[in-house]
Design a protein around this ligand. Structure first.
Ligand code: HEC
Ligand code: HEC
Length: 307
């Protein structure tokens, strides 16, 4: 309830809520006091279905009592729990807090399960079927939405099962990627390269690095322009994990394959982000996940990742 764009709305909601509760009370009070003129036999004079008459009896006391009790309960509830605009309630209860508490409890309960794995180096975790089963579930719940349930990624999301790494495939680097997240920044480079013709020539040169189909005359003309790219992508475009610049000399494309995709990359650049898992997942969970991800491209154990 703290997402109001302006305090006014918080007050508006709070006042509207209280006013309608008090209006209920007022309604009860008015109707209890109002006297309907009744005839001798205590009927109001309304008759239905020939002989069904409305009596003029007061509302039963127990019913009025219940009505008042509901109102008292409602006010008490609003005092203790959130419900009045952005007022948090005496107990400061929130679904968020409840979730965090449950999560902390679950993590405490799971500690002994993980303890066996945190003591192992990542390479050993990757060969432990129990750890890999946990790793797979963690991956499906936390990573699959971006990297795919088979971890093979998609456009913009790196494949974690091949041995092609943006930021490095050692256990330490993988753990760092997961823990702290990564931001890959490819700046727009068109200006540094020159005219659109220059960009097209350079893109053909980039294609030639991986032996992909290209126009070799243009590639020859574009070659010298690659110096501005080599600072990040390395000489020959072999990539540089220190800045997360992909290898351009393999045939693995993160952002699409072909002349147009490369020209667009040079023209517009790209910022890509892997969200940090620190704080979302425990250290032990990240350790097991590191083993799982490392295992996808390294472990030879059957069932523990792709060969
Ligand atoms: C919101 C999408 C998203 C989620 C969720 C996500 N990732 Fe990523 N991940 C990315 C992107 C995008 C990159 C590439 C970053 C870049 O381009 O530098 C990446 C990069 C990585 C890398 C580095 C790959 C390399 O080639 O160096 C690893 C390892 C990784 N993710 C593992 C995980 C794990 C494990 C999880 C689950 C805890 C996860 N990711 C969850 C989007 C995501
Ligand atoms: C400041 C460093 C930097 C410079 C300079 C740079 N790049 Fe990049 N480039 C990157 C990074 C980082 C990525 C990956 C972006 C991501 O994480 O998704 C990338 C991605 C690419 C891709 C996409 C690769 C794929 O697998 O889809 C191409 C193509 C590319 N760069 C070409 C070039 C060319 C050509 C130049 C020179 C004009 C250049 N880059 C200059 C850092 C750089």
């Amino acid at each position: 309830m703290s997402d109001f764009i302006h305090d006014f709305w918080s007050h508006y909601v709070a006042i509207a809520t209280l006013a309608s509760i008090l209006a209920c009370l007022l309604l009860l009070w008015i109707t209890a006091r109002a006297k309907t003129p009744a005839s001798e036999d205590n009927t109001t004079g309304h008759v239905w279905d020939e002989d069904l008459r409305e009596m003029n009896n007061p509302m039963p006391r127990w019913w009025m009592g219940l009505f008042v009790l509901t109102i008292v309960f409602g006010l008490g509830y609003l005092f203790v729990f959130p419900g009045l605009g952005s007022y948090k309630g005496r107990l400061e209860w929130s679904t968020d807090g409840e979730y965090t508490k449950d999560l902390a409890k679950a993590n405490r309960e799971l500690e002994p399960v993980y303890a066996a794995y945190t003591a192992l180096p990542v390479e050993k975790v990757a060969t432990d079927p129990g750890a890999m089963a946990i790793g797979e579930r963690l991956f499906l719940n936390n990573c699959a939405q971006c990297h795919g349930s088979d971890a093979r990624g998609g456009k913009g999301f790196p494949n974690l099962t091949d041995n092609d790494w943006l930021h490095g495939g050692s256990p330490e680097k993988i753990k760092e990627s997961i823990t702290r997240g990564r931001i890959g920044v490819m700046p727009p480079m068109a200006e540094a390269v020159g005219t659109p013709e220059d960009v097209k020539n350079l893109a053909n040169y980039v294609l030639s690095l991986s032996g992909s189909p290209h126009d070799s005359v243009r590639a020859g003309l574009g070659k010298s322009k690659f110096t501005v790219c080599a600072s990040c992508h390395g000489i020959g475009g072999v990539g540089n994990t220190a800045v997360g610049a992909p290898n351009l000399s393999d045939r693995i494309w993160l952002h699409g394959y072909g002349l147009d995709a490369i020209i667009q990359m040079i023209n517009t650049g790209k910022t890509n982000q892997m969200p940090a898992q620190q704080g979302r997942l425990t250290e032990a969970q990240i350790h097991v996940l590191t083993g799982y991800v490392w295992g996808l491209s390294n472990a030879k154990t059957p069932g523990a990742g792709a060969p």
